[in-house]
Ligand binder design. Sequence first.
Ligand SMILES: [Zn+2]
Length: 327
Amino acid sequence: MAALEGLGFSVDWFDRASYRREDPAEVARLRARDDARALLIARDMPVLRVGETGVDALLPIGEIEALGGAQVEALLGLAPNGAPIFAALLADEAVEVRSDASDGFLDRRILVAPGREDLKLVDLRSIAVGDLVPRDQAAMLAAAKALMHWHAHRRFCSNCGALNEVAAAGWRRECKTCNTTHFPRTDPVVIMLAVDGDACLLGRQPRFPKGMYSALAGFVEPGETIEAAVRREIWEEAGVACRSVRYFASQPWPFPASLMIGCFAEADGRGLEVDRVELEDARWFSREETVALIERRHPARLTAPTQMAIAHHLLKRWAYEGVEFRE
Ligand SMILES: [Zn+2]
């Protein structure tokens, strides 16, 4: 399937060079190259360089030392031009927290690198929504942020509690005390549009921006298929039973480490029993109304997520092209 125009974090941009991760000398050689670049993460937020020509997430590798060194580094891969790309988690002290007014939906912290007017810390959702950096850089940042979040929260072995060590060029942690290896995790989340003929089901969580409706979503549980998770979530949150489930597309979602698995589900009727703990509201939208949501001209000023989110593309595919289900 062709890439979805505008979908955030989804560019298949690079050679992950996983075959080089086990060779520390090779990793050091790549790091020493003049064209090596670094994506910096501090306190879970990307560091961008603001220059005369625009904003850049790929910084010279020497910035790691200039900003006090890294807690963890990882070889992310090789860019299409062959340049080695590293991710680095800076020490918390490298940045100052000027304010923290996060609302549970957006990361609104204001972080500053003291004495560095040329650097700006911007949360990744704002970077993607505002197209602040090229899409391939946003995709690299998604990988860097998810990986560094994992390192920041897995310093100790979950088996025995000892401090564990970074291995495989930043793609593994190893506990030398109990010989357990730990791998970065990705949490699968299903996000689905239930449809019934000329209507689709959307809901809103209390933490959403005012007036925004989106596709229902939920984590896949252990021992569950994607299809079963889709049916269960729609049943639990809206009381709607579904028949066929169809996979659409997926999206890395580094908040902090999910993979959104976009699906369509064929609803068995439009009766609703909304779980008011999970959702503030859920309702059926006609195709005409859905088009108005997508095009930002809904008469009641309701909105849907922007094109950086897969929910937007689920809505667009169904509203403009329709979806067929096969038994
Ligand atoms: Zn251990």
